[in-house]
Design a protein around this ligand. Structure first.
Ligand code: AMP
Length: 391
């Protein structure tokens, strides 16, 4: 696979697949421009080479039809103000309108095409639709990591029809940081896996157990493991159909000499509300009517100790129901411990990202992935189809 800085784009027509799937309010205003900002390094580099930049993305799920609320039009002025340059919005992503707009471009110009998902061929990874996109350019750049785990015409089939294809700087960063953490990491390598369900992360657990020195399991999913050890978990989240798999994972950890850390105490409540009555109890003392919603202080101390000597940390999933204040301190205190460790730290997954932003310490984390599902699939040990297509 080539990266953008390894190919010659000077004077070329370059189609850049970005992820401008930005959040919008009911009036169609963009409420967070993080994803647009994340594309700037790639777009500016191409512009500075005197190339024409044709930016293309999806937004929401219009399911193959033109649906106004999913138009990318409101993103064009945001991109323009960040680039400090006019950006022409073209209200189609293929066909005569798009071809004409490209033909009118001058060196360094940037245009933004309408939502790729207005066409059913996009999500179907359809060759005919990909060929229409390919007609617009001489060079194709993929910089949309967050959708790289789903083969679509604009990230997979298109690579068959454009002679020069490469990864942009955002995709490059994602791949390089991930490989640094999970490929040949500085050790000890510690994984922190939290979140709601074991069933969502079972493949992640099975894969990381082969690679890490220590595995910390917190969040709702920890209760399935505690139950598998014979403890009563009250009304805590627990997937009884996962008990055997949980036992297998703990067995594998033992065989592989991987330190496996579960909560030793928990913050419990009877209701998931911000003013709930809470108690801290040892994991063996959870009463029937109560549920564990955060890790307790002894667990925070043990988990913090386990990351202290880490050289590399990979983190996916919060350690408690951090959205509610009484159950947030486990996740927030672990952020402090991770930052204090000075380890190379890679964080991925929407909720973990949100939790870290709430602490105001995101800039102290080595890398926060821009892809939830794509990051999870990397952690599962999978090859992402859109990345493979660039190879
Ligand atoms: P995930 O998307 O699997 O990473 O799960 C994230 C969600 O897990 C967050 O919304 C948390 O509120 C939730 N969560 C974390 N710990 C617990 C817990 N102990 N009980 C219930 N939900 C939890």
């Amino acid at each position: 696979m080539k990266y953008l800085d390894q190919i010659d784009v000077s004077g070329k027509k370059v189609l850049v697949r970005v992820d401008f799937n930005v959040p919008m309010d009911k009036s169609g205003n963009v409420t967070d421009d993080t994803r647009v900002k994340a594309s700037l390094a790639t777009i500016n580099y191409i512009r500075e080479k005197g190339a024409r930049v044709i930016v293309t993305s999806h937004l929401g799920r219009p399911k193959g039809k033109r649906v106004e609320e999913f138009s990318l039009k409101p993103v064009a002025p945001i991109l323009a103000s960040l680039l400090k340059k006019d950006v022409l919005f073209v209200d189609d992503c293929i066909g005569e309108k798009a071809l004409q707009a490209v033909a009118n471009m001058k060196a360094g110009d940037v245009i933004l095409l309408e939502n790729l998902r207005y066409y059913p061929g996009e999500d179907k990874n359809d060759d005919a639709f990909a060929q229409e996109l390919a007609k617009l350019c001489d060079v194709y750049i993929n910089d949309a990591f967050a959708v790289s785990h789903r083969a679509a015409a604009s990230n997979t089939a298109i690579t068959k029809f454009v002679p020069v294809c490469a990864a942009g700087f955002l995709l490059k960063n994602e791949i390089e940081y991930f490989n640094k953490a999970m490929g040949n990491p500085a050790r000890p390598l510690v994984a922190i896996i939290g979140g709601a369900k074991v069933s969502d992360k079972i493949k992640v657990l099975e894969n990381v157990i082969d690679k890490v020195d220590r595995l910390i399991v917190g969040g709702g999913m920890a209760f399935t493991f505690l139950k598998a050890q014979g403890l009563n978990v009250g009304k805590s989240l627990c997937e009884t159909e996962m008990l055997d798999l949980a036992r297998k994972i703990m067995e594998k950890a033992k065989q592989k000499n991987v330190q496996f850390l579960l909560p030793v105490d928990v913050v419990i409540a009877k209701a998931t509300v911000a003013d709930a009555e809470t108690k801290v109890v040892a994991v063996k003392d959870i009463p029937d009517e109560w549920m564990g919603l955060d890790i307790g202080p002894a667990t925070i101390a043990a988990f913090s100790d386990a990351v202290k000597t880490a050289k590399t940390i990979v983190w996916n999933g919060p350690l408690g129901m951090f959205e509610l204040a009484p159950f947030s301190s486990g996740t927030f205190k672990l952020v402090d411990a991770v930052v204090a460790s000075g380890a190379l730290t890679i964080v991925g997954g929407g909720d973990t990202d949100t939790a870290i932003h709430k602490t105001g310490k995101s800039d102290k984390i080595s890398y926060i992935s821009t892809g939830g599902g794509a990051f999870l699939e990397l952690l599962e040990g999978k090859t992402l189809p859109a990345v493979a297509a660039l190879g």
